[in-house]
Design a protein around this ligand. Structure first.
Ligand code: PGA
Length: 247
C-alpha cells in the first residue's frame, strides 16, 4: 500500500519570516493527515523552516540541489547542506528549471543519483508541453523523461523515489488534466518504471501536479494510480493547502 504524499512547492515565494508564519498556520490544520505532508520552501528559507516544523508531522523538501559534493560551483547548493537543514525530499527537474535554468534529462539523472546516495528522496518531475500534448506524444515524452531520470538507480532505491507527473500546460494556468487523463499518463509512467525495474513499479509513488487545489484534490486522489500531489499556487495559503492535504 502506497502512502499518499502531498507536497507544497512554494517556488520563489515567502521570505524566512513568512516561511515560519505559514508553517505555524499549517501545523494544526494538517496534524491528523493520513497523507505524508511535505513543504518545499526556497533554499534560503530552509533554516527557518527546520525550526518551524519541529514537533510536527510536516516534512521538509528542497526545490533543487547540485550533483557535485562540494567545490568551485558558485551559487550552487550541496546535498550535505540540505541534510544538515533536515531536508528529506528534493524536487528535481521541475519544468521551470528545465525551461529557465537549462536543466536536462542528464543533469536530472545526476541529481537523482546523488540525492539517493546521500540518503534523501527525490521528487522527479516529468510532463509534456502543450505542443506535445497536441501532437499526441505525451506518453512517449513522459516515458523517455522517466527512463532517463532513473538510469543507473539501484532497484533497492525505487521505493524512495517519488515521481510528479506535471503536464506543463496545467502548471499555474488554472487548467487541470482530467483525473482520467492524469491517471492514464501516470499508468504509462509506472509501466516505464516496470520495464526498467521488473516487479518494483508498484513501490514507487507518483503524484499529479498542475493547478491541483481544494476543489479538484479529492477527485484526483480518488484515482487508482495517483498517489499524491505536487501543489504550487494552492500551497501558499495554509487553509487551501490543508484542504488538499485532507482531501
Ligand atoms: P501549480 O504548480 O499548482 O501552481 O500549478 C504546480 C507545480 O509547478 O509544481
Amino acid at each position: 500500500m502506497r502512502r499518499p504524499i502531498i507536497a507544497g512547492n512554494w517556488k520563489m515565494n515567502k521570505t524566512p519570516s513568512e516561511t515560519m508564519q505559514l508553517i505555524e498556520e499549517l501545523k494544526p490544520l494538517v496534524r491528523n493527515a493520513a497523507a505524508e505532508v511535505v513543504v518545499c520552501p526556497t533554499s534560503i528559507c530552509l533554516f527557518a523552516a527546520k525550526a518551524a516544523i519541529a514537533n510536527s508531522n510536516i516534512v521538509l523538501g528542497a526545490q533543487n540541489v547540485y550533483f557535485e559534493d562540494k567545490g568551485a560551483y558558485t551559487g550552487e547548493i550541496s546535498c550535505d547542506s540540505l541534510l544538515e537543514l533536515g531536508v528529506t525530499y528534493v524536487i528535481i527537474g521541475h519544468s521551470e528549471r528545465r525551461q529557465y535554468f537549462a536543466e536536462t534529462d542528464e543533469t536530472v539523472n545526476k541529481k537523482v543519483l546523488k540525492v539517493l546516495q546521500k540518503g534523501m528522496k527525490p521528487i522527479i518531475c516529468v510532463g509534456e508541453k502543450l505542443e506535445e500534448k497536441e501532437l499526441g506524444v505525451t506518453s512517449e515524452v513522459v516515458r523517455s523523461q522517466t527512463k532517463k531520470a532513473l538510469a543507473n538507480v539501484l532497484p533497492t532505491d525505487i521505493e524512495k523515489i517519488v515521481i510528479a507527473y506535471e503536464p506543463i500546460w496545467a502548471i499555474g494556468t488554472g487548467l487541470t488534466a482530467t483525473s482520467q487523463d492524469a491517471n492514464n499518463t501516470i499508468r504509462e509512467i509506472r509501466a516505464a518504471v516496470e520495464e526498467m525495474f521488473p516487479g518494483r513499479s508498484q513501490d514507487i509513488r507518483i503524484q499529479y501536479g498542475g493547478s491541483m487545489k481544494p476543489e479538484n484534490a479529492s477527485q484526483l486522489m480518488g484515482m487508482s494510480d495517483i498517489d499524491g500531489g505536487l501543489i504550487g499556487g494552492a500551497s501558499l495559503k495554509a487553509g487551501d493547502f490543508a484542504r488538499v492535504v485532507n482531501y
